[in-house]
Design a protein around this ligand. Structure first.
Ligand SMILES: Nc1nc2c(c(=O)[nH]1)N[C@H]1C(S)=C(S)[C@@H](COP(=O)(O)OP(=O)(O)OC[C@H]3O[C@@H](n4cnc5c(=O)[nH]c(N)nc54)[C@H](O)[C@@H]3O)O[C@H]1N2
Ligand SMILES: Nc1nc2c(c(=O)[nH]1)N[C@H]1C(S)=C(S)[C@@H](COP(=O)(O)OP(=O)(O)OC[C@H]3O[C@@H](n4cnc5c(=O)[nH]c(N)nc54)[C@H](O)[C@@H]3O)O[C@H]1N2
Ligand SMILES: [Mo]
Length: 868
């Protein structure tokens, strides 16, 4: 095997000739100490004929999907990939097929730009050294011993000198070492979680099972673009509904690929103004008595003054707000149209259509809630959806996608992995804060202020100014952040790139004493670090179960041995633990292999009765011996090794089986006998609990019913003066769409994907022409927070006044001009504090002009971040 790797490692080529080749010619890539190893097409063909093995390979990124990925491994090198061929494909029982990104995973794992060795920034020394050089300093290779000594030394120095709260971050090791300062908020689902929890009693009100979507007469997708942002099966599922005759309406400022694929009707709406559109629709329904009054009376509170929750001011009912009874402003379609840009006639038709077409599914994505005070959108969306009475019935429903992947899946979880057996490690400073793999899904509990850290959006200000906003009216909480910690299991959180205001973020990073990350590539956050530790990818670890949609789990064993000097987080934590005087066996009482085994042994699958679960996997004495683990024999549906070889367990489905779910069916039939976990037991259009909870976070407030208030940096803010409609300094509204070439920032480094999905800036053709711009021009896009340049695409598919940029490009600042060349959206989006800590990315305003600087080299030609 060694000989084989040496053989391909001897074929060094320069980066330019690598990129000069077509993507198809590069069938496999190997690694060397100093750069990329190319394998020619001929060699690749030879290699793929060589005797190897197909191994199920993790596809672990946060793309919202989960698919089957298989790697063909010849002598420790992955020479090709394929996807699900474990059973024949059908609409009811679809294969779990991967997309272009997962199938590029080998270019990520074996990329020339993998982090290969521990690296230190040349001018960093304990305490900070020359901090201004972060992001532009040289890197030097150091030994693992030196790296671990330096990292442990800084952890100790900062803990002893300033206390654990001066360490920003969370990880298993940190929790054993006294904890770190944690953050809360919502980087993904916008404002969705809390309104849903308070108004419905479910943090995530599940959608009906995917097979039931075919029973809808109408499906409304609000701000959703599944053809781009739900790869895998969700769009395929929606196509089945379309085939069965369902009509689709999509509300979006952009004629997206999903509009082109699915929609019978497109409703244009300016970003951040959806609440106005929904209020205009509500007005039309009320004025024509189209609402389902029986459902509203039986199942909701707060719609009109006769159905208010106990203790509420009767004037605060939704109907009177819409009619303008007390504020004198009727929220007519004409009123709405001036704000949202949707023609009044279209608003009326749309309102009448959703009110009279039954059954209907009314489904929103997260994007319209990633806006300033996005809770108001969630309130309005649920309220108008409930006005149609489409709850608890087949082919009907009102919800947000409960998670990106499951947009059109919904239903019960039919198969699930077991626990790894690793006990959870509590952060002693914030014992109530749950520790998940993503910072982005951590919620603060406003009832327990001592448990809370700070909102994500406040991080950089907290570092720069030494305080953050305390929940529950605690005012400014002092802090002294000295260490940024990102050595953690699985996936990092690349927040310098992915959270608002990268310019300010870099200033903050340049202030602290120490930044340490573990990473697989030099992602933005690692670029601005002092020490980067080489992490193994999931392909190099012992194995994991990854949950897919509710019908499938993916079992992903080790594919190849760790490359170069890459190590697992477990190894890093143990080694650091020793240096910090901790017992490594207490931090990890069980090893990775045993964890993998436990999660397989504990896997459960639903029985045909649709209620109870049974053991999934058969395990024999021989299996336990061969795996070298502790365990008991058990009987299930599939043998251990067969399952690992197959890489997936998917529950077969067919229409009429008992595995489906109609969400809220019992409640809608008899709300008194089946109360929800809301304060009133009903769906709450007027929801005091929501208003109180948002207020307790201490950032912004909202009334208990859906109201439209112009958001910060929304449409109204594009004008110097609203009444004359004279445009102001930042005349365009920006949406930051999830992009086909990446999962957030992940995969942005893959040249093949860069070629396939350009990072262009999109604007309306007439808007562009008015500025003297033409297709392909390089434009400068500027907000109050930063600026970037990108090639321009002009199209009538974009609403006038709205512009778009895909989120996730790897920020690439020109330090001299302060311009980001990559089109990284968070150079434009400001860090504004809102509601439950949602980041208001889609309420951002910008101006656009022709760029007059040096010509911009296409990003497909850029030097990869190959360090050592
Ligand atoms: N402007 C704007 N910003 C957004 C959004 C938006 O719509 N607009 N969307 C937001 C949303 S919805 C989300 S969910 C967030 C996601 O943002 P993040 O959670 O930051 O996701 P990624 O950018 O994929 O970052 C993953 C990081 O983990 C590293 N990594 C990947 N695999 C491994 C591994 O195996 N081991 C280790 N150690 N590291 C690994 C990658 O190099 C990368 O640095 O972005 C948000 N940011
Ligand atoms: N290819 C790809 N797929 C992904 C991801 C990825 O990074 N890349 N990330 C995954 C993750 S973690 C998540 S959370 C999901 C996100 O999934 P979504 O939130 O659905 O994704 P977006 O692309 O941000 O937005 C969808 C559509 O909403 C529109 N939109 C934006 N703002 C507004 C608004 O204010 N009002 C209205 N009506 N429409 C608006 C946009 O034009 C876009 O077409 O995607 C998942 N899928
Ligand atoms: Mo997300």
């Amino acid at each position: 095997m060694i000989k084989f790797i040496e053989k391909i490692q001897n074929h060094l080529i320069s980066r330019r000739s690598f990129l000069g080749m077509s993507a198809g010619a590069i069938a496999a890539v190997g690694l060397t100490g100093c750069g990329l190893t190319k394998v020619t097409t001929k060699q690749a063909e030879e290699m793929s004929k060589a005797e190897g093995e197909w191994i199920a390979a993790a596809c672990w990124h946060n793309c919202g999907g989960r698919c089957l990925n298989k790697a063909y491994v010849v002598d420790g090198i992955v020479v090709k990939q394929k996807t699900d061929d474990t059973h024949l494909d059908s609409a009811d029982y679809p294969q779990q097929r991967g997309c272009q990104r997962g199938r590029s995973q080998r270019h990520h794992v074996f990329g020339a730009d993998r982090i290969k060795y521990p690296m230190k920034r040349k001018h960093w020394e304990p305490g900070g050294g020359n901090k201004e050089l972060r992001g532009k300093d040289e890197w030097v290779r150091i030994s693992w011993d030196e790296a671990l000594d330096l990292v442990a030394g800084e952890l100790k120095r900062i803990k002893e000198g300033y206390g654990n709260k001066s360490i920003l971050g969370s990880s298993r090791l940190l929790n054993f070492y006294g904890g770190g300062l944690v953050r809360w908020g919502s980087s993904s689902s916008g404002a969705w979680g809390i309104p849903q929890e308070c108004m419905t009693g479910f943090f995530s009100w599940k959608a009906n099972d995917r097979l039931d979507w075919r029973n809808a007469k109408l499906i409304v997708l609000w701000g959703a673009n599944p053809a781009r942002s739900n790869l895998g099966n969700p769009t395929y599922n929606l196509m089945q509904a379309k085939k069965a005759g369902t009509k689709f309406i999509i509300v979006d400022p952009f004629v997206t690929p999903s509009v082109k694929t699915l929609a019978d009707k497109h409703i244009p709406c300016r970003p951040g103004t959806d609440t106005a559109l929904l209020l205009g629709m509500a007005y039309h329904m009320i004025a024509n008595n189209l609402q389902d009054q029986d459902f509203l009376d039986r199942c909701t509170v707060g719609f009109d003054k006769a159905h208010m929750p106990a203790g509420a001011d009767t004037k605060e009912n939704f109907k009177d707000y819409v009619l303008g009874t007390y504020d004198g402003i009727a929220k007519t379609p004409e009123w709405a149209s001036e704000i949202c840009g949707t023609p009044p006639q279209l608003i009326k038709e749309f309102a009448a259509e959703i009110a009279t077409t039954k059954p209907m599914i009314f489904c929103s994505s997260f994007a319209p809630a990633r806006t300033y005070k996005g809770q108001q959108f969630c309130q309005a969306f649920l309220t108008v959806g409930w006005m149609t009475g489409n709850v608890g019935k087949s082919g009907a429903g009102v919800w947000t996608m409960n998670y990106a992947a499951n947009q059109s899946y919904g239903g019960k979880t039919l198969v699930k992995g077991g626990s790894t057996g690793l006990p959870t490690a509590k952060n002693p400073l914030f014992p109530d804060v749950t520790y998940g793999p993503y910072d982005g899904y951590r919620w603060a509990n406003p009832k327990n202020p001592a448990a809370n850290g700070m909102a994500y959006c406040e991080t950089y200000d907290a570092i720069l100014n030494g305080h953050y906003t305390g929940t529950n009216g605690r005012g400014k909480v002092p802090c002294d952040i000295r260490l940024i910690w990102l050595v953690r299991d699985g996936y990092g959180y690349n927040y310098l790139n992915q959270s608002s205001d990268t310019n300010k973020g870099i200033k903050a990073f340049r202030k602290v004493d120490f930044v340490v990350t573990n990473d697989i590539v030099l992602s933005s956050i690692s670029k601005y670090a002092d020490i980067v530790l080489p992490a193994t990818t999931e392909w190099e670890k012992d194995g994991k179960i990854l949950q897919g949609n509710p019908e499938a789990i993916f079992i992903t064993p080790q594919v190849v041995k760790p490359l170069f000097e890459a190590k697992t987080e477990e190894w890093m934590d143990r080694e650091l633990g020793k240096r910090l005087g901790l017992n490594p066996d207490e931090i990890y009482p069980i090893n990775g292999k045993q964890q993998f085994f436990n999660s397989i042994a504990g896997a459960q699958v639903i029985k045909d009765d649709g209620e109870n679960y049974e053991t999934l996997v058969t395990i024999t004495e021989k299996d336990i011996r061969e795996w070298g683990v502790k365990g008991k024999t058990q009987n299930g549906r599939i043998g251990l090794n067969e399952l690992v070889k197959q890489g997936v367990y998917q529950v077969p489905r067919s229409p009429g089986d008992k595995l489906g779910l109609i969400q809220g069916a019992d409640f809608a039939k008899d709300p008194a006998a089946n109360p929800l976990k809301t304060q009133s037991g009903k769906l709450e259009i007027h929801c005091q609990a929501l208003s109180d909870k948002i207020a307790a976070y201490g950032l912004t407030t909202i009334p208990p019913i859906a109201k439209y208030e112009p958001p910060l940096d929304g449409y109204e803010a594009t004008f110097k003066e609203w009444s004359s409609k004279e445009k102001g300094q930042y005349p365009f509204q920006l949406v930051t769409i999830h992009h086909g070439r990446r999962s957030h920032s992940t995969y942005d480094n893959i040249p093949q994907l860069r070629e396939a999905y350009p990072q262009d800036f999109v604007m309306n053709k007439r808007d562009g022409q008015a500025l003297g711009l033409k297709n392909g021009d390089t434009v400068l896009i500027e907000s109050a927070y930063g600026k970037c340049v990108r090639p321009l695409t002009l199209t009538e598919a974009m609403m006038p006044g709205v512009v778009a940029l895909g989120e996730g490009a790897w920020v690439e600042f020109d330090e001299a001009t302060g311009i980001d060349k990559a089109g990284a959206t968070n150079t434009l989006c400001g860090a504004r504090l809102s509601g439950q800590g949602e980041e208001p990315w889609n309420t951002t305003i910008v101006r656009v002009e022709k760029y007059r600087g040096e010509p911009l080299e296409p990003d497909t030609e850029w030097r990869q971040r190959i360090i050592l």
